[in-house]
Ligand binder design. Structure first.
Ligand SMILES: *Cc1c(COP(=O)(O)O)cnc(C)c1O
Length: 468
Protein backbone atom coordinates (compact mmCIF):
# COMPACT_ATOMS: atom_id res chain seq x y z
CA UNK A 1 0.00 0.00 0.00
CA UNK A 2 1.30 3.47 -0.83
CA UNK A 3 1.96 5.85 2.01
CA UNK A 4 -1.04 8.00 1.23
CA UNK A 5 -3.34 4.98 0.97
CA UNK A 6 -2.29 3.64 4.33
CA UNK A 7 -2.61 7.08 5.93
CA UNK A 8 -6.09 7.43 4.44
CA UNK A 9 -6.96 4.00 5.82
CA UNK A 10 -5.85 5.26 9.22
CA UNK A 11 -7.91 8.40 8.63
CA UNK A 12 -11.01 6.30 7.99
CA UNK A 13 -10.36 4.31 11.12
CA UNK A 14 -10.06 7.49 13.18
CA UNK A 15 -13.26 8.84 11.63
CA UNK A 16 -15.06 5.65 12.65
CA UNK A 17 -13.78 6.21 16.17
CA UNK A 18 -15.00 9.80 16.07
CA UNK A 19 -18.46 8.89 14.84
CA UNK A 20 -18.99 6.18 17.43
CA UNK A 21 -17.68 8.56 20.12
CA UNK A 22 -20.14 11.22 18.98
CA UNK A 23 -22.93 8.73 19.54
CA UNK A 24 -21.68 7.42 22.87
CA UNK A 25 -20.42 10.70 24.30
CA UNK A 26 -21.98 13.65 22.48
CA UNK A 27 -20.08 15.93 24.85
CA UNK A 28 -16.41 14.94 24.88
CA UNK A 29 -14.73 14.08 28.16
CA UNK A 30 -13.20 17.33 29.28
CA UNK A 31 -9.55 17.74 30.14
CA UNK A 32 -8.89 20.52 32.59
CA UNK A 33 -6.66 23.08 30.88
CA UNK A 34 -4.24 22.90 33.83
CA UNK A 35 -3.76 19.22 33.15
CA UNK A 36 -3.72 19.20 29.36
CA UNK A 37 -0.01 18.57 28.82
CA UNK A 38 0.01 15.79 31.40
CA UNK A 39 -3.15 14.15 30.13
CA UNK A 40 -2.11 13.69 26.48
CA UNK A 41 1.36 13.42 25.06
CA UNK A 42 1.44 16.49 22.82
CA UNK A 43 5.22 16.83 22.95
CA UNK A 44 7.26 17.08 19.77
CA UNK A 45 10.37 14.99 20.05
CA UNK A 46 13.68 14.47 18.31
CA UNK A 47 12.93 10.92 17.24
CA UNK A 48 10.16 9.49 15.10
CA UNK A 49 7.13 7.93 16.70
CA UNK A 50 6.32 4.31 15.87
CA UNK A 51 3.08 3.65 14.06
CA UNK A 52 1.08 2.11 16.88
CA UNK A 53 1.93 4.83 19.34
CA UNK A 54 1.20 7.45 16.70
CA UNK A 55 -2.21 5.94 16.08
CA UNK A 56 -3.03 5.72 19.74
CA UNK A 57 -2.13 9.34 20.45
CA UNK A 58 -4.25 10.45 17.48
CA UNK A 59 -7.13 8.39 18.80
CA UNK A 60 -6.80 10.02 22.20
CA UNK A 61 -6.82 13.48 20.64
CA UNK A 62 -9.90 12.66 18.57
CA UNK A 63 -11.76 11.37 21.62
CA UNK A 64 -11.00 14.31 23.87
CA UNK A 65 -11.50 17.12 21.36
CA UNK A 66 -14.81 18.99 21.85
CA UNK A 67 -17.54 17.60 19.60
CA UNK A 68 -19.20 20.29 17.50
CA UNK A 69 -21.32 18.09 15.26
CA UNK A 70 -23.46 16.42 17.92
CA UNK A 71 -26.99 17.09 19.13
CA UNK A 72 -25.76 18.50 22.45
CA UNK A 73 -23.56 21.27 21.03
CA UNK A 74 -25.30 24.65 20.96
CA UNK A 75 -22.46 26.89 22.00
CA UNK A 76 -21.41 28.57 18.82
CA UNK A 77 -22.73 30.06 15.62
CA UNK A 78 -21.83 26.86 13.81
CA UNK A 79 -22.55 23.22 14.47
CA UNK A 80 -23.49 19.94 12.91
CA UNK A 81 -22.01 18.43 9.79
CA UNK A 82 -23.19 18.52 6.19
CA UNK A 83 -21.50 15.42 4.84
CA UNK A 84 -21.43 16.51 1.19
CA UNK A 85 -19.54 19.62 2.27
CA UNK A 86 -17.12 17.49 4.27
CA UNK A 87 -16.50 15.45 1.13
CA UNK A 88 -15.66 18.60 -0.82
CA UNK A 89 -13.29 19.83 1.86
CA UNK A 90 -11.45 16.50 1.97
CA UNK A 91 -11.04 16.67 -1.80
CA UNK A 92 -9.73 20.22 -1.52
CA UNK A 93 -7.05 19.00 0.88
CA UNK A 94 -6.01 16.23 -1.47
CA UNK A 95 -5.97 18.52 -4.51
CA UNK A 96 -4.12 21.23 -2.59
CA UNK A 97 -4.48 24.09 -5.04
CA UNK A 98 -3.96 27.73 -4.33
CA UNK A 99 -6.72 29.94 -5.59
CA UNK A 100 -4.60 32.79 -6.95
CA UNK A 101 -4.21 31.73 -10.57
CA UNK A 102 -6.02 29.74 -13.22
CA UNK A 103 -2.71 28.10 -13.98
CA UNK A 104 -2.63 26.50 -10.52
CA UNK A 105 -6.34 26.17 -9.67
CA UNK A 106 -7.97 25.46 -13.06
CA UNK A 107 -11.66 24.50 -12.74
CA UNK A 108 -11.59 25.42 -9.03
CA UNK A 109 -11.57 29.04 -10.22
CA UNK A 110 -14.87 28.43 -12.00
CA UNK A 111 -16.28 26.71 -8.91
CA UNK A 112 -15.52 29.75 -6.77
CA UNK A 113 -16.84 32.16 -9.38
CA UNK A 114 -20.07 30.18 -9.83
CA UNK A 115 -20.83 30.44 -6.10
CA UNK A 116 -20.13 34.17 -6.21
CA UNK A 117 -22.22 34.70 -9.35
CA UNK A 118 -25.18 32.74 -7.98
CA UNK A 119 -24.98 34.53 -4.62
CA UNK A 120 -24.89 37.93 -6.34
CA UNK A 121 -27.97 36.97 -8.36
CA UNK A 122 -29.79 35.89 -5.21
CA UNK A 123 -29.33 39.27 -3.57
CA UNK A 124 -30.02 41.31 -6.70
CA UNK A 125 -26.54 42.69 -7.34
CA UNK A 126 -25.99 43.83 -10.94
CA UNK A 127 -23.83 42.61 -13.83
CA UNK A 128 -20.64 44.26 -12.55
CA UNK A 129 -20.79 42.50 -9.18
CA UNK A 130 -18.22 39.99 -8.01
CA UNK A 131 -16.61 38.82 -4.79
CA UNK A 132 -14.05 36.64 -3.12
CA UNK A 133 -13.61 34.11 -0.32
CA UNK A 134 -11.76 35.74 2.60
CA UNK A 135 -10.52 33.79 5.60
CA UNK A 136 -13.67 34.47 7.61
CA UNK A 137 -16.34 36.98 8.53
CA UNK A 138 -13.89 39.22 10.35
CA UNK A 139 -11.71 39.42 7.26
CA UNK A 140 -14.76 40.03 5.07
CA UNK A 141 -15.66 42.99 7.26
CA UNK A 142 -12.09 44.19 7.05
CA UNK A 143 -12.03 44.07 3.27
CA UNK A 144 -15.32 45.97 3.19
CA UNK A 145 -13.94 48.71 5.42
CA UNK A 146 -10.80 49.05 3.31
CA UNK A 147 -12.87 49.33 0.12
CA UNK A 148 -15.05 51.97 1.77
CA UNK A 149 -11.97 53.93 2.80
CA UNK A 150 -10.46 53.75 -0.69
CA UNK A 151 -13.73 54.64 -2.37
CA UNK A 152 -13.97 57.75 -0.21
CA UNK A 153 -10.35 58.77 -0.65
CA UNK A 154 -8.54 56.83 -3.43
CA UNK A 155 -5.38 58.72 -2.63
CA UNK A 156 -5.03 57.15 0.77
CA UNK A 157 -3.81 53.94 -0.87
CA UNK A 158 -0.65 55.83 -1.83
CA UNK A 159 -0.22 58.46 0.83
CA UNK A 160 -2.01 56.97 3.79
CA UNK A 161 -4.91 58.48 5.62
CA UNK A 162 -4.89 62.25 5.46
CA UNK A 163 -8.39 63.14 6.66
CA UNK A 164 -10.24 61.60 9.60
CA UNK A 165 -12.80 59.07 8.45
CA UNK A 166 -15.63 57.75 10.55
CA UNK A 167 -17.28 54.31 10.58
CA UNK A 168 -20.75 53.56 11.94
CA UNK A 169 -22.03 50.32 13.34
CA UNK A 170 -24.61 49.25 15.89
CA UNK A 171 -23.63 48.72 19.48
CA UNK A 172 -24.74 45.10 18.97
CA UNK A 173 -22.43 44.43 16.01
CA UNK A 174 -19.48 42.05 15.91
CA UNK A 175 -16.23 43.06 17.62
CA UNK A 176 -14.26 42.67 14.40
CA UNK A 177 -15.51 46.12 13.34
CA UNK A 178 -13.46 47.67 16.15
CA UNK A 179 -10.32 45.70 15.32
CA UNK A 180 -10.71 46.46 11.63
CA UNK A 181 -10.93 50.18 12.36
CA UNK A 182 -7.52 50.01 13.96
CA UNK A 183 -6.02 47.91 11.12
CA UNK A 184 -7.43 50.09 8.35
CA UNK A 185 -6.21 53.38 9.77
CA UNK A 186 -9.72 54.58 10.55
CA UNK A 187 -8.94 54.22 14.24
CA UNK A 188 -10.98 52.69 17.02
CA UNK A 189 -11.97 56.09 18.34
CA UNK A 190 -13.52 56.93 15.00
CA UNK A 191 -16.15 54.26 15.25
CA UNK A 192 -19.56 55.53 16.19
CA UNK A 193 -21.61 52.93 17.98
CA UNK A 194 -25.25 53.52 17.12
CA UNK A 195 -27.87 52.58 19.67
CA UNK A 196 -30.12 49.58 19.10
CA UNK A 197 -33.86 49.43 19.77
CA UNK A 198 -35.46 47.03 22.23
CA UNK A 199 -35.19 44.23 19.62
CA UNK A 200 -31.47 44.77 19.08
CA UNK A 201 -31.79 46.53 15.69
CA UNK A 202 -29.86 49.65 14.81
CA UNK A 203 -31.99 52.81 15.11
CA UNK A 204 -31.69 54.61 11.73
CA UNK A 205 -32.63 58.02 13.16
CA UNK A 206 -29.72 57.80 15.59
CA UNK A 207 -27.43 56.91 12.70
CA UNK A 208 -28.44 59.98 10.73
CA UNK A 209 -28.13 62.28 13.75
CA UNK A 210 -24.59 61.05 14.32
CA UNK A 211 -23.61 61.44 10.66
CA UNK A 212 -24.86 65.04 10.65
CA UNK A 213 -22.97 65.79 13.86
CA UNK A 214 -19.74 64.34 12.42
CA UNK A 215 -20.01 66.25 9.15
CA UNK A 216 -20.56 69.45 11.10
CA UNK A 217 -17.17 69.10 12.82
CA UNK A 218 -15.26 68.09 9.69
CA UNK A 219 -15.16 64.31 9.96
CA UNK A 220 -15.74 62.24 6.84
CA UNK A 221 -18.38 59.53 7.17
CA UNK A 222 -16.99 56.63 5.11
CA UNK A 223 -18.51 53.33 6.19
CA UNK A 224 -21.75 52.05 7.65
CA UNK A 225 -21.96 48.46 8.78
CA UNK A 226 -25.42 46.92 9.06
CA UNK A 227 -25.66 43.48 10.63
CA UNK A 228 -27.84 40.63 9.34
CA UNK A 229 -27.98 38.52 12.48
CA UNK A 230 -26.26 40.16 15.42
CA UNK A 231 -23.91 37.90 17.31
CA UNK A 232 -25.93 37.71 20.52
CA UNK A 233 -29.62 38.16 19.61
CA UNK A 234 -29.54 37.37 15.91
CA UNK A 235 -31.23 40.71 15.15
CA UNK A 236 -31.44 42.14 11.62
CA UNK A 237 -30.71 45.84 11.16
CA UNK A 238 -33.26 47.59 8.86
CA UNK A 239 -31.28 47.73 5.62
CA UNK A 240 -33.70 49.79 3.53
CA UNK A 241 -33.91 52.56 6.09
CA UNK A 242 -30.15 52.54 6.55
CA UNK A 243 -29.61 52.58 2.77
CA UNK A 244 -31.82 55.70 2.52
CA UNK A 245 -29.25 57.40 4.73
CA UNK A 246 -26.06 56.01 3.16
CA UNK A 247 -27.31 57.00 -0.30
CA UNK A 248 -28.18 60.50 0.89
CA UNK A 249 -24.70 61.07 2.36
CA UNK A 250 -22.77 58.95 -0.14
CA UNK A 251 -21.41 56.43 2.38
CA UNK A 252 -20.41 52.83 1.72
CA UNK A 253 -22.97 50.39 3.12
CA UNK A 254 -21.71 46.95 4.09
CA UNK A 255 -24.04 44.24 5.35
CA UNK A 256 -22.35 41.83 7.75
CA UNK A 257 -24.32 38.63 7.28
CA UNK A 258 -21.65 36.36 8.75
CA UNK A 259 -24.15 34.81 11.11
CA UNK A 260 -27.56 34.96 9.44
CA UNK A 261 -26.86 36.16 5.90
CA UNK A 262 -27.76 32.60 4.85
CA UNK A 263 -31.40 33.77 4.85
CA UNK A 264 -30.79 34.84 1.24
CA UNK A 265 -31.45 31.20 0.37
CA UNK A 266 -34.88 31.12 2.00
CA UNK A 267 -38.00 32.50 0.32
CA UNK A 268 -39.60 32.65 3.73
CA UNK A 269 -36.86 34.53 5.61
CA UNK A 270 -35.20 36.52 2.85
CA UNK A 271 -37.39 39.50 3.74
CA UNK A 272 -35.18 39.95 6.81
CA UNK A 273 -32.53 41.41 4.49
CA UNK A 274 -34.89 43.49 2.34
CA UNK A 275 -32.91 46.26 0.68
CA UNK A 276 -29.71 44.21 0.52
CA UNK A 277 -29.34 45.01 -3.20
CA UNK A 278 -28.78 48.65 -2.22
CA UNK A 279 -25.61 47.79 -0.27
CA UNK A 280 -22.12 48.16 -1.71
CA UNK A 281 -20.93 44.92 -0.12
CA UNK A 282 -22.41 41.93 1.64
CA UNK A 283 -20.73 39.01 3.37
CA UNK A 284 -21.97 35.72 4.74
CA UNK A 285 -20.35 32.71 6.33
CA UNK A 286 -21.31 29.41 4.75
CA UNK A 287 -19.67 27.81 7.79
CA UNK A 288 -22.43 29.20 9.98
CA UNK A 289 -26.00 28.82 8.60
CA UNK A 290 -25.05 26.63 5.65
CA UNK A 291 -23.30 24.00 7.74
CA UNK A 292 -20.08 23.96 5.70
CA UNK A 293 -16.83 23.13 7.57
CA UNK A 294 -14.85 26.09 8.91
CA UNK A 295 -13.99 28.42 7.35
CA UNK A 296 -16.10 29.42 4.38
CA UNK A 297 -16.78 33.12 4.13
CA UNK A 298 -17.90 35.00 1.06
CA UNK A 299 -17.84 38.72 0.40
CA UNK A 300 -19.79 40.12 -2.54
CA UNK A 301 -19.36 43.60 -3.98
CA UNK A 302 -21.84 45.37 -6.19
CA UNK A 303 -19.04 46.93 -8.24
CA UNK A 304 -16.05 44.67 -8.78
CA UNK A 305 -13.86 47.65 -9.62
CA UNK A 306 -13.82 48.52 -5.92
CA UNK A 307 -12.46 45.10 -5.01
CA UNK A 308 -9.83 45.33 -7.72
CA UNK A 309 -8.85 48.92 -6.86
CA UNK A 310 -8.26 48.07 -3.21
CA UNK A 311 -6.68 44.63 -3.44
CA UNK A 312 -4.89 44.12 -6.74
CA UNK A 313 -1.18 44.34 -7.08
CA UNK A 314 0.83 43.47 -10.15
CA UNK A 315 3.21 40.55 -9.78
CA UNK A 316 4.94 39.31 -12.90
CA UNK A 317 6.27 36.24 -11.18
CA UNK A 318 2.71 35.13 -10.39
CA UNK A 319 0.26 36.31 -13.05
CA UNK A 320 1.71 34.80 -16.21
CA UNK A 321 -1.30 33.40 -18.05
CA UNK A 322 -5.01 34.03 -18.54
CA UNK A 323 -7.01 37.16 -17.79
CA UNK A 324 -7.88 38.89 -14.54
CA UNK A 325 -11.28 37.18 -14.41
CA UNK A 326 -9.50 33.86 -14.00
CA UNK A 327 -6.65 34.97 -11.77
CA UNK A 328 -8.49 35.38 -8.50
CA UNK A 329 -5.37 36.49 -6.64
CA UNK A 330 -6.01 39.91 -8.13
CA UNK A 331 -8.92 40.47 -5.81
CA UNK A 332 -7.96 38.60 -2.64
CA UNK A 333 -6.22 39.71 0.52
CA UNK A 334 -3.80 36.82 0.66
CA UNK A 335 -1.37 35.53 -1.90
CA UNK A 336 -1.53 31.76 -1.33
CA UNK A 337 -5.16 30.98 -0.61
CA UNK A 338 -6.87 27.81 0.48
CA UNK A 339 -9.72 26.45 -1.61
CA UNK A 340 -12.73 27.22 0.61
CA UNK A 341 -15.14 27.14 -2.31
CA UNK A 342 -15.18 23.46 -3.22
CA UNK A 343 -16.82 22.29 0.02
CA UNK A 344 -19.68 24.74 -0.36
CA UNK A 345 -20.01 23.89 -4.05
CA UNK A 346 -20.23 20.12 -3.40
CA UNK A 347 -22.98 20.79 -0.87
CA UNK A 348 -24.87 23.23 -3.10
CA UNK A 349 -24.46 21.05 -6.20
CA UNK A 350 -25.71 17.94 -4.40
CA UNK A 351 -28.74 19.40 -2.59
CA UNK A 352 -29.56 22.25 -4.97
CA UNK A 353 -30.63 25.75 -3.98
CA UNK A 354 -33.81 24.10 -2.67
CA UNK A 355 -31.72 22.00 -0.34
CA UNK A 356 -29.90 25.06 1.02
CA UNK A 357 -33.27 26.70 1.62
CA UNK A 358 -34.34 23.65 3.64
CA UNK A 359 -31.17 23.82 5.72
CA UNK A 360 -31.88 27.45 6.59
CA UNK A 361 -35.61 27.00 7.20
CA UNK A 362 -34.98 24.03 9.46
CA UNK A 363 -32.94 26.24 11.82
CA UNK A 364 -35.82 28.68 12.19
CA UNK A 365 -38.26 25.82 12.73
CA UNK A 366 -36.05 24.47 15.50
CA UNK A 367 -35.89 27.95 17.03
CA UNK A 368 -39.70 28.05 16.94
CA UNK A 369 -39.82 24.75 18.81
CA UNK A 370 -37.55 26.21 21.49
CA UNK A 371 -39.52 29.48 21.65
CA UNK A 372 -42.79 27.65 22.03
CA UNK A 373 -41.38 25.46 24.79
CA UNK A 374 -40.03 28.45 26.69
CA UNK A 375 -43.18 30.53 26.28
CA UNK A 376 -45.39 27.77 27.60
CA UNK A 377 -43.18 27.04 30.62
CA UNK A 378 -43.29 29.55 33.51
CA UNK A 379 -39.88 28.42 34.82
CA UNK A 380 -38.28 30.20 31.88
CA UNK A 381 -37.80 33.86 31.02
CA UNK A 382 -37.40 34.67 27.33
CA UNK A 383 -35.16 37.49 26.09
CA UNK A 384 -35.02 36.94 22.34
CA UNK A 385 -37.47 37.48 19.53
CA UNK A 386 -39.12 35.74 16.61
CA UNK A 387 -37.13 35.29 13.41
CA UNK A 388 -33.85 34.58 15.11
CA UNK A 389 -32.06 31.28 15.61
CA UNK A 390 -30.48 32.57 18.84
CA UNK A 391 -32.95 31.64 21.54
CA UNK A 392 -32.07 33.56 24.71
CA UNK A 393 -33.52 32.61 28.07
CA UNK A 394 -32.99 32.10 31.77
CA UNK A 395 -34.20 29.13 33.75
CA UNK A 396 -35.64 29.53 37.24
CA UNK A 397 -33.26 31.66 39.28
CA UNK A 398 -30.06 30.22 37.89
CA UNK A 399 -27.20 32.49 36.99
CA UNK A 400 -26.66 31.92 33.26
CA UNK A 401 -22.86 32.08 33.47
CA UNK A 402 -22.71 29.58 36.32
CA UNK A 403 -25.24 27.34 34.63
CA UNK A 404 -23.42 27.25 31.29
CA UNK A 405 -20.07 26.70 32.98
CA UNK A 406 -21.42 23.88 35.15
CA UNK A 407 -23.11 22.20 32.17
CA UNK A 408 -19.80 22.31 30.33
CA UNK A 409 -17.64 21.17 33.23
CA UNK A 410 -19.95 18.24 33.88
CA UNK A 411 -20.05 17.38 30.17
CA UNK A 412 -23.82 17.62 30.04
CA UNK A 413 -24.34 19.93 27.07
CA UNK A 414 -22.35 22.78 25.55
CA UNK A 415 -24.14 26.11 25.43
CA UNK A 416 -23.03 29.70 26.03
CA UNK A 417 -24.34 32.91 27.50
CA UNK A 418 -24.70 36.44 26.21
CA UNK A 419 -25.91 39.87 27.25
CA UNK A 420 -28.25 42.46 25.83
CA UNK A 421 -28.74 45.80 27.54
CA UNK A 422 -28.91 45.00 31.28
CA UNK A 423 -29.70 41.27 30.97
CA UNK A 424 -27.44 38.24 30.79
CA UNK A 425 -28.92 34.95 29.61
CA UNK A 426 -28.29 31.56 28.09
CA UNK A 427 -27.91 31.80 24.31
CA UNK A 428 -29.15 28.62 22.71
CA UNK A 429 -28.31 28.48 19.00
CA UNK A 430 -30.38 26.21 16.74
CA UNK A 431 -27.92 26.35 13.83
CA UNK A 432 -27.40 22.59 13.47
CA UNK A 433 -29.92 21.73 10.76
CA UNK A 434 -29.36 18.02 11.35
CA UNK A 435 -31.15 18.35 14.67
CA UNK A 436 -34.81 17.49 14.96
CA UNK A 437 -37.54 18.78 17.22
CA UNK A 438 -36.73 15.89 19.55
CA UNK A 439 -33.14 17.08 19.99
CA UNK A 440 -34.33 20.55 20.94
CA UNK A 441 -36.78 19.27 23.54
CA UNK A 442 -34.12 16.89 24.81
CA UNK A 443 -31.80 19.83 25.46
CA UNK A 444 -34.35 21.39 27.80
CA UNK A 445 -34.93 18.08 29.54
CA UNK A 446 -31.19 17.62 30.03
CA UNK A 447 -30.83 21.15 31.38
CA UNK A 448 -33.75 20.80 33.78
CA UNK A 449 -32.53 17.43 35.03
CA UNK A 450 -29.09 18.87 35.69
CA UNK A 451 -30.46 21.80 37.68
CA UNK A 452 -32.63 19.44 39.67
CA UNK A 453 -29.56 17.39 40.60
CA UNK A 454 -27.61 20.53 41.42
CA UNK A 455 -30.04 22.68 43.37
CA UNK A 456 -27.21 24.95 44.51
CA UNK A 457 -27.45 26.48 41.06
CA UNK A 458 -30.80 28.00 41.96
CA UNK A 459 -29.81 30.83 44.21
CA UNK A 460 -29.92 34.55 44.10
CA UNK A 461 -27.68 35.66 41.27
CA UNK A 462 -25.13 37.39 43.51
CA UNK A 463 -24.34 34.44 45.78
CA UNK A 464 -24.24 31.58 43.29
CA UNK A 465 -20.70 32.22 42.18
CA UNK A 466 -19.25 31.74 45.68
CA UNK A 467 -21.23 28.63 46.42
CA UNK A 468 -20.12 26.62 43.43
C1 LIG B 1 -19.19 35.19 13.43
C2 LIG B 1 -19.40 36.59 13.07
C3 LIG B 1 -18.36 37.36 12.51
C4 LIG B 1 -16.96 36.86 12.40
O1 LIG B 1 -16.82 35.82 11.51
P1 LIG B 1 -15.51 34.88 11.63
O2 LIG B 1 -15.63 33.99 10.44
O3 LIG B 1 -15.65 34.17 12.93
O4 LIG B 1 -14.32 35.78 11.59
C5 LIG B 1 -18.64 38.65 12.09
N1 LIG B 1 -19.87 39.16 12.24
C6 LIG B 1 -20.89 38.46 12.80
C7 LIG B 1 -22.22 39.10 12.93
C8 LIG B 1 -20.68 37.16 13.25
O5 LIG B 1 -21.66 36.49 13.84
Amino acid sequence: MSKISSDLALFNELVETLISEEEKNPVAGRIDSDELYDAIDLSLNESAMVDDEFKSVLREIVISTPKTATNLFFNQLFGGRQSKAVLGDLLAVMLNNSMYTYKVAGPQVGIEQEIIRKSCNLIGYGPTSNGTFPTGGSMSNYMAMVMARDAKDPNCRLDGMSRPMVAYTSIESHYSIAKNASFSGVGRNNIRYIQADSNGKMIPEKLEEQIIADIRVGFIPAFVNATAGTTVLGAFDPINEIADITEKYNIWLHVDGAYSGGVIFSNKYKYLVNGIERSQSFSYNAHKMLGTPLTCSIILVNDKKQLHDSFSNDADYLYQTDGDDFNLGKTSFQCGRRNDALKFWTLWKSVGTIGLKKIVDQQFELADVALEYIRSNPDYTLYSFDDSISVCFNYKDTDPMDLCTALYEHQVTVVGFGSFKENTFVRFVTINANNSKKDILNFFKVLEGFVEQNPALIKTKETTRERL
